[in-house]
Design a protein around this ligand. Structure first.
Ligand code: COA
Length: 264
């Protein structure tokens, strides 16, 4: 897996867990075009070959921001064509993240505004620092969310709350995100990464194919009717029946030991 990116730090601090840190602190980790290209490339690589990666944590460098959305300095004065082609890059980034087979945890350690809020919503779940703030600010800037926000936020907090947040562009705190079902956990600022790593460790200890198939199946749940979704679940389930890990999981239970999953 490629680990050198202009705008991202990619670290494997423990087996099977990759921490992706958005690394433009001087701009509050805002996305420039390069960061869009880098994230799209990273998620595409994981799609093609997850290697031994079993969980990804995405966070922002420093303590001030997770991600301040699109880089408004870079965007200042862009022509229509320049804007559209940059947005196409952000669309590719968003789609590549949606297609990521490996679970993604967003560890939101500060402001997650605009595209930063959408990036957090693009993860499978969010752990937020107490001091984290979220906002879909776009309508205040003459635009609207374009990295999945109008689709992800209603799924997270309900249609009416999502409309209020997107149409007013008002910020909200980690605790509100938690109460509305958008963040799974609010953590002390200092322990955010430890808590995210603890969750990642639990995911990484489980059978990788089972985790990836379950993620895919849950992803279908809100997009289809029950019986079609269940038909998908059965197909996803069948993929595991012939795996060594299925044998190992049951054997380990009966031998009263921890399973040693290989992803096969
Ligand atoms: N694009 C480019 N630069 C940005 C940025 C962005 N989205 N967000 C912050 N910065 C820059 C600021 O311009 C400032 O640079 P300067 O020191 O050269 O003036 C620096 O980062 C620090 O920003 P500041 O606002 O002082 O930090 P803060 O910690 O008080 O607030 C935010 C952080 C993210 C809440 C605030 O910067 C903000 O609202 N940014 C815009 C977010 C947004 O609406 N994004 C949507 C884009 S579509």
């Amino acid at each position: 897996m490629r680990t050198e990116y202009e705008t991202l730090l990619i670290e494997t601090t423990e087996p099977h867990v990759v921490v992706v840190t958005l690394n433009r602190p001087e701009r509050r980790n805002a996305f420039n075009t390069q960061m869009g290209l880098d994230l799209a490339a990273f998620f595409r690589e994981v799609y093609v070959d997850p290697e031994d990666v079993r969980c990804i944590i995405i966070t922002g460098y420093g303590t001030k921001a997770f991600c301040a959305g699109a880089d408004l300095k870079e965007r200042d004065g862009m022509t229509t064509d320049q804007w559209a082609s940059q947005h196409a890059v952000f669309e590719q980034m968003t789609l590549a993240m949606m297609d990521c087979s490996v679970p993604i945890i967003a560890a939101v350690n500060g402001a997650a505004f605009g595209g930063g809020c959408e990036l957090a919503l693009g993860a499978d779940f969010i752990y937020a620092a107490t001091s984290a703030r979220f906002a879909q600010t776009e309508t205040r800037l003459g635009i609207m969310p374009g990295a999945g926000g109008t689709q992800q936020l209603p799924r997270a907090v309900g249609v009416r709350r999502a409309k209020e947040l997107i149409l007013t562009a008002e910020p909200f705190m980690a605790q509100q995100a938690y109460e509305w079902g958008m963040a799974n956990q609010v953590c002390d600022d200092e322990s955010l990464m430890d808590e995210a790593l603890a969750a990642a460790r639990k995911i990484a200890a489980n059978a990788p194919i089972a985790v990836r198939q379950a993620k895919k199946s849950v992803g279908i749940a809100m997009q289809t009717d029950l019986k079609t979704g269940y038909a998908f679940e059965i197909e996803a389930y069948n993929r595991m029946v012939s795996t060594e890990d299925r044998m190992e999981g049951v054997r380990a239970f009966n031998e009263k030991r921890k399973p040693d999953f290989k992803g096969r």
